[in-house]
Design a protein around this ligand. Sequence first.
Ligand code: HEM
Length: 184
Amino acid sequence: MKGIIFTNFIGYMQSKYSDDVLKNTLKDAGRLTDEGGYTESESYPYEEMFELAGNLAALTGVTLAQTFEDFGQYLFINLAKRFSQFFAPDETLFSFLQKLEDHIHIEVRRKYPDANLPGFTFESLDQNNLRMIYTSERAMSDFGMGMIRGAAIWFKREVFVGKKDITPNHDGTRVEIHVRLLDV
Ligand code: HEM
């Protein structure tokens, strides 16, 4: 996982929680504490992100899933401000989401060649309903749901976002995500 996710996670904690929560989340996080974390383009095992989010969840009482989702929402807004060139002027929420696989994450890989990115496929059910299939061995669909919620805020749309794990053993590596526009 790239350092940009780590540095934003620190920013997320600073924006939402006290200095003590930030300090204690990092306290038991192994290398992150010993070596002071990561710069944006450095890579680290994604398990460390789970460790950090797990520490934060334990300290705040917010579930791990909700912690990832809240962070994903925060991150999207930050990334959208920073990479505004990825947003065409006539973009809509659904047109943007459907560009994720062939455009957005491809640009991310150009910038960070060793990025660990998920796969997405899309099915437009009708003009108000989009089905996305998330695939990744990192099982971070809650984070993805948060990113989608962040995108909805960015495009000023009200949405329902639901998900269903479609793996036989429910390991979260393949998840169906349904996005429905509510403000139509
Ligand atoms: C709603 C839109 C988006 C969704 C649903 C989404 C989803 C995800 C997910 C779930 C991951 C975690 C990795 C995994 O699951 O395997 C991820 C990683 C990442 N995404 Fe996206 N993403 C979105 C938009 C963006 C945008 C707009 C950017 C940047 C402009 C971006 C940049 C990244 C980066 C840098 C990573 C980390 C790669 C790494 O650490 O190796 N994403 N994305």
